[in-house]
Design a protein around this ligand. Sequence first.
Ligand code: NAP
Length: 488
Amino acid sequence: MATVHLRIGDLVWGKLGRYPPWPGKVVSPPKDLKKPRGKKCHFVKFFGTEDHAWIKVEQLKPYHPHKEEMIKINKGKRFQQAVDAVEDFLKKKEKQGGKEQSSEGKGLMNGSEGKGLMYGSEGKGLMYGSEGKGLMYGSEGRGLMYGSIQHVCTRLWSGTLDAPVKMTVVFVVFVWSVQDTRSTSIQAADSTAINGSITPTDKRIGFLGLGLMGSGIVSNLLKMGHVVTVWNRTVEKCDLFIQEGARLGRTPAEVVSMCDITFSCVSDPKAARDLVLGPSGVLQGIRPGKCYVEMSTVDPETITELSQVISSRGGRFLEAPVAGSQQVSNEGMLVILAAGDRTVYEDCSSCFQAMGKTSFFLGEVGNAARMMLILNMVQGSFMATIAEGLTLAQATGQSQHTFLDILSQGQMASTFVDQKCQNILQGNFKPDYYLKHIQKDLRLAISMGDTANHPTPMAAAANEVYKRAKALDQSDNDMSAVYRAYIH
Ligand SMILES: NC(=O)c1ccc[n+]([C@@H]2O[C@H](COP(=O)([O-])OP(=O)(O)OC[C@H]3O[C@@H](n4cnc5c(N)ncnc54)[C@H](OP(=O)(O)O)[C@@H]3O)[C@@H](O)[C@H]2O)c1
């Protein structure tokens, strides 16, 4: 974007990371918030999301001259809501004769006595004041308020907070520490705000597989200053990352030869094995000391085999499958389950911080694959059950919207339920997590149950519904398209 001269109060389109240009307003930063060093930037409050971020001037465009062009390019629901919010703002301003009743400088940010820090992301907001004074979490219309950080921590450790809140608390404490060290300023409405303080490893990083997950991961590795060499079977997918500063490897073997640590994230067990054992594959580049990290969701047998062949060449092996989705990967908020060589896990520390919000080390090779499959089995079965509920509501003359409203008020409420149901009701099955991949995970989990002689009847039933959805050509849609198996 071309450089523009802007003042406080100007409406803009701001481009943040991989997000599309988003409508916002140039506002004053909170008193204690440092400007990032280097390029000139403005502090922008984004409409619709209530996020705030420092945006470089070259990533800003004035709102009005570019409105039509932006609206043409971007069609998402959240984007439309953001544009509606600008238009509402403009209407109110007009009614007041152009006099703006600014909430910036008076509202949330300064409401924390100029000491606080605010973070918001896609409809979620966090605010806190000064240490020990207060913490508030709000998510999509719900709000929770806690008297003090000590109070929250007591509830956290005693286990009386539910899971989403726990994650939030961990997150808040982290951001707080960032502010305390003054090592960074809030710069993005995603995890780069959290990860701003990480020091990238000086090891050369390789990445194989730029699908939905790999793309977000590589983008965050680059953002956090890692030196990354990429390879993808369909080579065109590398272009974007080369533009963002990545190097190109011609084959998996070449990437491994060029790098100290190579990650891979591909579709399934067959792809993971082909990549390692195939022609010009990973194995040909492995030398003593080289690290290989398998992030694909595969079965424990495949992982054990890969670990053995890598180790047989003197390589060091770690499995690190991830829980999340494309959106979560883009936001750098994955949950990483690692197992295998602990020293590799430690060497990957800055990479895991860049791509995830947390990581677990689960011991010997195979444990992460097992845990991942169990988690995905639960998620896949749950998704199928939601689809079954929505369709049963319709079949019995009940409103699906009311079903969702009621569900959202109860203990089963979650971002997952809300997003998947909303997408189903809008007929939006754009993949965030491919249906074919969740069906693969169910299949592998059921097989694991077989091996352990443990019954998995729920997963087996869900798997049948996904198989039907695949037969209806839904493989490359989001897992929520399992809904279509119930209506055809
Ligand atoms: N999406 C999610 O939400 C999610 C969440 C957690 C875990 N996972 C797991 O993460 C892994 C990747 O998922 P994804 O969503 O990124 O998948 P994806 O978008 O389908 O991407 C698959 C990647 O694998 C590559 N690939 C497939 N077959 C290959 C082969 N034979 N040789 C070399 N490369 C091959 C593809 O290359 P091309 O580009 O050339 O096709 C692509 O880069 C899967 O194991 C999935 O189960 C996904």
